[in-house]
Design a protein around this ligand. Structure first.
Ligand SMILES: [Zn+2]
Length: 283
């Protein structure tokens, strides 16, 4: 069954008097959702005992947890010390994910910096290969996945083809399709045909199991000719993408094991519920 949930805490959660993420799992269950993404975007400050408490609360309330690794990671960086730091950020995120009994860790894989794209992509490929060797040593008996994300700025590594191609190197890599980002790169042209192309590319390269288990970020995002500017809400009428064509395709292709995270600004849980309602209305 597809799971739906927010990245982070909705304004409504705070307006209703809650302040601690420990309480969000019951709140989400009451709200009709079953997924929660915890972001380490600006650093990994979560204590182990709190992570374990999250795991217990999430389990009691049937919420699956995913995490987002820090934004500082850049596997394209030619500097070895910087790569070691990136590896540590990813490992530390995976360690917390395991404590939270989650399954997927989202990661921004890299940025071109001042390099030609092919050089940056070669660095990312080589460094990700090295990281996955460490992964095999440290996490081989864990049921966790590293999920490189499609990015919204042209300077970043992460077109849907780059991400899917990178994922072919190891069975524990699953794409995070951020369709808002993909729409920025396509400059607003993410229509049903393009959704279909992406899904079919994933089936072709990664096969059924991993495609049906894809991680999705969905939000409308404002963009310019340089790509992503800022996250909006589903109510926005100027920028896309639309969820309906994707929802139809997820059903047509029986992608029934996917996890869908709303990254709407401020109202991510309310919008996750909207996505879920759209999905089941079409069904
Ligand atoms: Zn992200």
């Amino acid at each position: 069954m597809i799971k739906f949930g927010p990245s982070g805490n909705d304004d409504l959660f705070y307006e209703q008097g809650f302040s601690s993420t420990k309480d969000v799992f019951k709140w989400l269950n009451d709200f009709g959702l079953d997924l929660y993404e915890y972001s380490f975007g600006r650093g990994i400050l979560l204590k182990d005992e709190t992570a374990i408490e999250f795991a217990n609360n999430a389990k009691q309330n049937n919420i699956q947890i995913s995490v987002h690794a820090p934004y500082f990671i850049n596997l394209a960086n030619p500097d070895n010390d910087a790569i070691e730091k990136s590896f540590n950020y990813i490992s530390n995120s995976l360690d917390k994910l395991i404590l939270m009994q989650g399954e997927k860790c989202v990661v921004h894989i890299g940025s071109c910096m001042k390099m030609a794209r092919e050089d940056a992509l070669r660095n990312v490929t080589n460094n990700l290969k090295r990281f996955m060797e460490l992964f095999d040593e440290k996490y081989c008996n864990k049921k966790i996945y590293l999920c490189p994300e499609t990015m919204g700025k042209f300077q970043q590594i992460g077109t849907y083809k780059e991400i899917v191609d990178l994922c072919t190197m190891h069975d524990s890599l699953i794409p995070t399709f951020d369709f808002g980002h993909i729409n920025c790169i396509l400059q607003g042209n993410l229509d049903k045909e393009n959704y279909k192309r992406i899904i079919e590319y994933s089936f072709e390269k990664l096969g059924e199991f991993r495609t049906r288990k894809m991680h999705i970020h969905f939000s409308k995002i404002e963009f310019s000719s340089k790509g992503e500017i800022r996250h909006l809400t589903l109510d926005d009428t100027e920028f896309g993408p639309e969820f309906e064509p994707l929802a139809t395709l997820l059903q047509d292709y029986k992608i029934d094991n996917a996890t869908i995270i709303s990254e709407s600004k401020n109202i991510m849980a309310q919008d996750a519920k909207k996505l879920k309602d759209i999905f089941y209305k079409i069904k």
